[in-house]
Ligand binder design. Structure first.
Ligand SMILES: Nc1ncnc2c1ncn2[C@@H]1O[C@H](COP(=O)(O)OP(=O)(O)OP(=O)(O)O)[C@@H](O)[C@H]1O
Ligand SMILES: [Mg+2]
Length: 353
C-alpha cells in the first residue's frame, strides 16, 4: 500500500544572510495508486520538492514518508522511488538493454531474471525489439520511453517524473503522456508528475497540487481546481479567467456600471470578481447587463472565442455558442451566469445567477 506524504517540507538555498526559500512548509499526501501532478510556474519549487522525495536534495525541514515511514535519512539508491527526468539521461555508450539492466545488476539478480525483466519493461513501453540499439539510434520519444522502462524495471513503490515529455513536440507529448497514464493505471503504481503545463495536469491527474513561490495553493481534483479555485493565484493561473474589480456593499457587488448579488458573508470592501469565459450569456435587454464592442472573433469548432472591449470593464474574453450571430465590431450586451468573489486571502464565494 504505497502512500507518500510530504510533511511541512522545506528547502532553503543560498546563504543565511540571503536565503532563497524554494519550498516552504509543503504538505502533500499522495494516496496508494494515485497519479498526482505538481503544477506551477517556472521557479515555484516543483523540481526541488520532487528531488527531496527522490533524495537528490536534502530538506531544510520537515519530513518525507512512504507508508508512514520517514525516508529522509536514506540515500537515493536505497529509497523505494525511481525518477524520470526532463532531459534524456540514458548512458550513450550503453545499449538500451544495458541502460535498463544497470540497476538490476547492482542488485545482483541472476542473469536470466534480468533478461526477463528488461524485456518485460521494454514491452511495457512498446519497445520490445529495441534492446540492441544505442540511445543515439532512438528518437527523443523513444529515449524517454526507455527512461520510463528503466525507472519501472526497479519496481519502485513511487514513480517520480519531472517534466518527462516537455522536450518533445506537442503531438508526441500527448501520446506519450496517455501511454504513461495507461501503464500507471495497469501497474497501479503511485506516481508524482511535475509539470508547468496546466492542460497536461488537468488531463492526467487524479489530483493536482498547485504551487506558487514555494507554497501549496490548492490540492484537489482537476474539476474542483477549475470550478472552485481557492486562491486568486489558482483562479488566474488555471484556465482562462476574467478578473474584474468590484466593490461589495450591503448584499450587492458593484462591477462596472452593474450591481450583482453577493452573499451576506461578504464584507463591505473591494473585491476581485472572477468570471470564466463560458459563464457569460448574451442578452437582448440592457438590465443587469454590461455592454461592449467585439474586437476579435475566433471560431474554435464547437464554440467561438470572442474578445469584447467594454467601456467600464476593459477587455474581456468570452466563449459563446455558435448559435449566436456575432460579428467583429458589433456592440453586444452580456451578463454573467456564475462568478467568484475573492476578498483577501479567504477562499472565494460562488454566485450563480
Ligand atoms: N541548487 C540551487 N541553489 C540555489 N537556488 C536554487 C537551487 N535549485 C533551485 N533553486 C531555486 O529554487 C527555486 C525553485 O526551483 P525549482 O527548480 O524547484 O523550480 P521549478 O518549479 O522546478 O521550475 P521549472 O518549471 O523552471 O523547472 C528557484 O528560485 C531556483 O532558482
Ligand atoms: Mg523544474
Amino acid at each position: 500500500m504505497p502512500t507518500l506524504d510530504l510533511i511541512n517540507l522545506r528547502k532553503q538555498f543560498g546563504s543565511v544572510t540571503n536565503p532563497v526559500v524554494a519550498v516552504n512548509d509543503l504538505n502533500i499526501n499522495v494516496a496508494d495508486g494515485e497519479f498526482l501532478c505538481i503544477l506551477g510556474p517556472s521557479g515555484c519549487g516543483k523540481s526541488t520538492a520532487l528531488r527531496m522525495v527522490a533524495g537528490f536534495e536534502e530538506p531544510s525541514g520537515g519530513d518525507v514518508q512512504i507508508d508512514q515511514q520517514s525516508i529522509i535519512n536514506m540515500p537515493p539508491n536505497k529509497r523505494p522511488t525511481a525518477m524520470v527526468f526532463q532531459k534524456y539521461t540514458l548512458w550513450p555508450h550503453m545499449k538500451v538493454y544495458d541502460n535498463i539492466a544497470f540497476g538490476l545488476k547492482l542488485r545482483h539478480l541472476p542473469k536470466n531474471q534480468i533478461d526477463q525483466e528488461v524485456q518485460a519493461s521494454l514491452e511495457l513501453v512498446g519497445l520490445g525489439r529495441y534492446g540492441d540499439r544505442y540511445p543515439a539510434q532512438l528518437s527523443g520519444g523513444e529515449q524517454q520511453r526507455v527512461a520510463i522502462a528503466r525507472a519501472l524495471v526497479l519496481k519502485p513503490k513511487i514513480l517520480l517524473l519531472d517534466e518527462p515529455f516537455s522536450n518533445l513536440d506537442a503531438l508526441l507529448r500527448v501520446r506519450l503522456r496517455e501511454e504513461l497514464r495507461q501503464i500507471q493505471r495497469n501497474l497501479k503504481i503511485t506516481a508524482v508528475f511535475v509539470t508547468h503545463d496546466q492542460e497536461e495536469a488537468l488531463s492526467l491527474a487524479d489530483r493536482i497540487a498547485v504551487m506558487s513561490k514555494g507554497e501549496l495553493q490548492q490540492l484537489d481534483k482537476p474539476a474542483t481546481i477549475y470550478a472552485r479555485p481557492k486562491t486568486l493565484f489558482v483562479a488566474d493561473f488555471i484556465g482562462a479567467m476574467n478578473m474584474l474589480d468590484g466593490e461589495v456593499n450591503g448584499g450587492v457587488v458593484k462591477v462596472g456600471n452593474q450591481r450583482l448579488p453577493s452573499p451576506a458573508e461578504c464584507v463591505a470592501a473591494p473585491a476581485k470578481i472572477a468570471i470564466r469565459p463560458e459563464d457569460v450569456i448574451v442578452t437582448q435587454t440592457g438590465e443587469g447587463a454590461w455592454h461592449g464592442r467585439i474586437t476579435q472573433v475566433s471560431d474554435l469548432g464547437h464554440y467561438r472565442k470572442v474578445f469584447v472591449q467594454s467601456p467600464d470593464l476593459g477587455m474581456l474574453k468570452l466563449y459563446l455558442p455558435k448559435s449566436i450571430e456575432i460579428n467583429d465590431g458589433e456592440m453586444i450586451t452580456f451578463k454573467p451566469t456564475r462568478f467568484l468573489i475573492f476578498q483577501g486571502p479567504l477562499p472565494p464565494f460562488e454566485v450563480k445567477l
